[in-house]
Design a protein around this ligand. Structure first.
Ligand code: GAR
Length: 188
């Protein structure tokens, strides 16, 4: 039986994308990488794993609805069932949300609702809190909002630098995201 097809949306270094690709038991086939940053490191990783990419430049489109329509057509043509955001730093609009209702999931490096948006690790570090963590959640039209699926706490140690904290958070992300993806797909 062929696996469920999923797309990963990413704009950065792609360490979460890589963790999914390296996850032996991932219950879906990552059939497409969608990227809004021509030249992003994640594109090199997609090439390494032979995953087709769809790269777009939002500035070339009159509106979010216009580029999301093109993405949606591509996803539907490829029979993609789920979207996993992994460092895709754009807010999804109604076009994408309606097309994939209840099937778009995001990972964020904080215990949401604390520290949403950009540089969540830096925000937590600067705030001097004792713990932060990782959240996997369904998305809505907000910035890192939407129903929470799973969270894992990461303590901030006295000797931590932002860099050492980031490393521990990423380690948690790389284990948690594939695990949650499998749980979600098993339930469907
Ligand atoms: C990850 O830490 C992810 O949680 C974060 O971007 C990073 C991407 O890293 N996402 C957000 O901050 C979403 N608001 P990666 O490209 O190495 O996977």
């Amino acid at each position: 039986m062929s696996k469920i097809k999923a797309a990963v949306f990413a704009s950065g270094t792609g360490s979460n994308f890589e963790a999914m690709m390296e996850s032996v038991y991932l219950a879906c086939d990552i059939a497409l990488l969608v990227c809004d940053k021509p030249g992003a490191i994640v594109l090199e990783k997609a090439e390494k794993y032979g995953v087709p990419t769809f790269v777009f430049d939002a500035k070339q489109f009159p509106s979010k609805a216009d580029y999301e329509k093109v993405i949606l057509e591509k996803l539907e043509k490829m029979k993609i069932s789920w979207i996993f955001l992994a460092g895709y730093m754009r807010i999804a609009g109604p076009t994408l949300l309606r097309g994939y209702e209840g099937r778009i999931v995001n990972i964020h490096p904080s215990l949401l609702p604390a520290f949403p948006g950009m540089d969540a690790i830096g925000q937590a570090f600067q705030a001097g809190v004792e713990a932060t963590g990782v959240t996997v959640h369904y998305i809505d039209e907000g910035i890192d909002t939407g129903p929470i699926i799973a969270q894992e706490t990461v303590a901030i140690l006295k000797e931590d630098t932002e860099e050492s904290l980031k490393k521990r958070i990423q380690k948690v992300e790389h284990e948690l995201y594939p695990k949650v993806i499998n749980q979600l797909l098993e339930q469907k």
